[in-house]
Design a protein around this ligand. Structure first.
Ligand code: 01A
Ligand code: AMP
Ligand code: MG
Length: 518
């Protein structure tokens, strides 16, 4: 087993002088040896401020270089790094911090976030008044500036490899109800979460690799499969601090990016760059996408634009990492293949995990959870862990049918989850916010096909005396993160329901399609 730190330090031992990270907001470039030195100096700084091995410390930052270094530093120190989506509103982030008994936070110098977090942080070893909030971009209300969080690395305890089943990272995924669930990821899961990239996407080892950091670091794809995979292959990771299609296109062209991993929404946006020229992207050898189905028309356009790249569709979950993939997916947007070492089956929906569907029958995709890459369970949620991890199988919630040839067709979801731009959005949390408005009598959220986001969040409401703009403002002022809010409203006299009063979402999608087309 190699931990994340082992992957990075061993790469550094092989090529100490090769560039490991190149910043996009400054002219900073860190060699592998420089990255190790920087992470260890910051780790010593965290230790000097009272962060100790085993502490849970959250990061809530965009894809800036300092975020990447802070994750490595906390991990080197032996802290459990809990990565919170920086798009969450302060109250939701604070709820995760309180629920996870998190003792420290690295976040932007934003007064609202710092204030909300301070009330939620548990007391660390240095006590409740300890400097437990580290801010990026300055200080606010006596936080510690991340830029000055450093000390002499010789004060740091030497690296000792932790046990394989020890908790290393917590990454969050939305749940049907309540707060996002913390997915507990062990040190021993690292190899399986990184090595599928060379295996399934064809990334070759060597210093020729130049990966662009499009995917958010706080999700497993951006962290394990882009950041750690690029470094472990002795490649250079090009920071992309905030997604900007024109800047990303320029980086590909000017830096000669060889490895591009994005969500379908990234590629949709990249193709809209006004002066997009396929000649500018010929350096891209390896192109992978994950998080959502890439609509067929987009797939063809991407393959045409990046004609020199080997393209792979990667299906996975935060809990299990990669389970299915397909090379050269053009013409097959919803077809997936189990790869070397992935063990999956199709279980009858609502049935036991050994109640397996026949070829052609729709069922739930189940993933063998004995693989090293599998999560340890959900943080403080044994009930949900028991629902999702059953007798050695992880229930994905995705509906598939096995084809005659052994591949799988992806057909939809067992639940009502909407996947927008590679982010999971559960209807209930939006419905709850809409229902809190006094003018709304009924609300149901559905996902409608969309070129840009694969699925677009649409609200179907029964309401009196209110329009879409007012409801949009209501959502923006709520605790709901902005990316989750509805992009369209359909006003109806009543929602279609069955005899048990359950909303008929398939019917609702047809009704909404008819109305939105007009
Ligand atoms: O009206 P405004 O101003 O609020 O509109 C803003 C945002 O609200 C909106 N926006 C979105 C989304 C979204 N996902 N859906 C709907 N709306 N994201 C942002 O766009 C407007 C511009 O805001 P922004 O902050 O500048 O947005 P961008 O930075 O342009 O964000 C778009 C991105 C495509 C970059 C972003 O959505 C993104 O990073 N998506 C990728 C998410 C991802 O990493 N998914 C993978 C998760 S891991 C689980 C998994 O699927 C998996 C797969 C394989 C796990 C393991 C494996 Cl092996
Ligand atoms: P998460 O629960 O955040 O880990 O997201 C995992 C879910 O995203 C899966 O259960 C799928 O619904 C979806 N997903 C991830 N990758 C793909 C892909 N390549 N194609 C289609 N759906 C995907
Ligand atoms: Mg943007």
């Amino acid at each position: 087993m190699q931990t994340v730190w082992d992957h990075v330090r061993l790469a550094a031992a092989r090529t100490p002088d090769h560039p490991a990270i190149v910043d996009d907001r400054s002219d900073r470039e860190l060699s592998f040896a420089g990255l190790i030195a920087e992470a260890e100096a910051m780790a010593a700084g965290f230790a000097a401020s009272g962060v100790a091995r085993g502490d849970r410390v959250a990061t809530m930052l965009p894809n800036v270089l300092e975020h990447a270094v802070a994750i490595l530093a906390l991990h080197r120190l032996g802290a459990v790094v809990c990565m919170i989506n920086p798009r969450l509103k302060p109250d939701e982030a604070a709820a995760l911090i309180a629920d996870g008994e998190i003792t420290g936070l690295v976040c932007p110098a934003d007064e609202q976030i710092v204030t909300a977090a301070r009330t939620a942080l548990s007391s660390g070893p240095s006590g409740p008044s300890g400097p437990s909030v580290f801010t990026f971009g300055g200080t606010v209300n006596d936080t510690q500036d991340l830029a000055t969080c450093r000390a002499d690395a010789v004060t740091l305890a030497p690296w000792t490899t932790p046990a394989a089943d020890e908790l290393a990272f917590v990454m969050y995924t939305s749940g049907t109800t309540g707060l996002p669930k913390g997915v507990m990821i062990s040190h021993g899961a690292t190899d399986g979460r990184v090595l599928f990239v060379p295996l399934q996407c064809g990334l070759r080892h060597g210093t020729h690799n130049r990966g662009l950091g499009l995917m958010p670091l706080f999700h497993v794809v951006g962290f394990h499969a882009c950041f750690v995979a690029t470094l472990s292959m002795n490649g250079t990771y090009y920071v992309h601090s905030a997604f900007d299609p024109a800047a990303a296109h320029a980086a590909i062209r000017d830096q000669g990016i060889t490895f591009l991993f994005g969500a379908p929404a990234h590629f949709h946006a990249l193709l809209t760059v006004p002066d997009f020229k396929p000649a500018d992207v010929v350096s891209v050898e390896t192109l992978a996408y994950a998080g959502a189905v890439m609509p067929g028309t987009l797939l063809e356009r991407v393959a045409g634009a990046y004609a020199g790249a080997r393209m792979t569709n990667i299906y996975g979950t935060t809990e299990t990492m990669n389970a299915l993939y397909l090379s050269d997916p053009v013409g097959w947007p919803t077809r997936y293949r189990p790869g070397f070492y992935s063990n999956v089956r199709v279980g009858r929906i609502g049935g036991a995990v050994d109640d397996i569907c026949a070829v052609g029958e729709e069922g739930e995709l189940l993933v063998d959870s004995s693989a090293d890459a599998t999560f340890l369970g959900y943080l403080n949620r044994p009930d949900v862990t028991a629902e999702k991890l059953v007798d050695g199988w992880y229930r994905t919630g995705d509906i598939v049918a096995r084809r005659e040839d052994g591949d799988f067709d992806l057909r939809g979801r067992v639940d009502d989850m909407v996947v927008s731009g590679g982010e999971n959005i559960y209807p209930e949390e939006i419905e709850t916010v809409l229902m809190q408005h006094e003018a709304v009598r009924e609300a149901a959220i559905i996902g409608m096909p969309d070129d840009q986001w694969t699925e677009r969040v649409v609200a179907c409401v029964v309401a009196a005396g209110i329009d879409a703009a007012a409801l949009d403002a209501w959502c923006q002022n709520s605790a709901l993160a902005n990316y989750k809010r509805p992009r369209d409203y359909v006003f109806l006299d009543a929602l279609p329901r069955n005899a048990a009063n359950k909303v008929l979402r398939r019917e609702l999608k047809d009704i909404a399609a008819g109305i939105l087309k007009k």
